[in-house]
Design a protein around this ligand. Structure first.
Ligand SMILES: [Zn+2]
Length: 167
């Protein structure tokens, strides 16, 4: 079984990255979401089952904790971050195919070591450099300018370029 799922951190939810199905978060990520708009879309997604709240096992936290200690990322990661990486580890252990969606470089570094795929939410940094983004005509998911495929990886709709207004 090789089933693709997404593990979302708070920046992914705030950035509007919720795939149509099979998104996972921990309860502590839900607690991190404070702004009303993100809260509403998160609650709707939890209600319709497209986001599920799952916690990693103690054994997952132990294994991930070892890697983090060795990589030197321990001081840069919050308890919420570590739990989320451990959730990715748990899903992989259960033969799912998780991609963790996060803009956090320390998390990305640890995920790389463990061998779990990750992707960035669109960051402000990218906006400032390029002045335009790619966006799905269907589900409105945003992609960085260097995203090569012409199709949305979430819903399969065509991706178009869009200029970003100056802030
Ligand atoms: Zn789409």
């Amino acid at each position: 079984m090789n089933h693709g799922v997404y593990v979302l951190d708070a920046s992914a939810i705030i950035g509007g990255f919720i795939s149509k199905k099979d998104n996972f978060v921990t309860a502590s990520v839900v607690n991190e979401i404070k702004d009303l708009k993100s809260k509403i879309s998160l609650e709707a997604a939890i209600e319709d089952g497209s986001i599920k709240i799952i916690e990693p096992d103690a054994s997952d936290l132990r294994e991930v904790g070892k890697v983090i200690k060795e990589s030197g990322d321990i001081l840069r990661l919050s308890g919420v971050d570590i739990k989320l990486v451990a959730l990715g580890y748990k899903l992989k252990r259960e033969s799912l195919n998780p991609t963790v969606v996060t803009d956090d470089y320390s998390m990305q570094n640890v995920l790389k070591i463990i061998g779990i795929p990750y992707r960035s939410v669109l960051t402000n940094g990218i906006n400032e450099v390029y002045g335009w983004i790619k966006i799905c005509k269907g589900c409105k998911t945003k992609y960085p300018p260097e995203y090569e495929s012409g199709e949305c990886e979430i819903c399969g709709t065509r991706i178009i370029k869009r200029r970003i207004k100056n802030p």
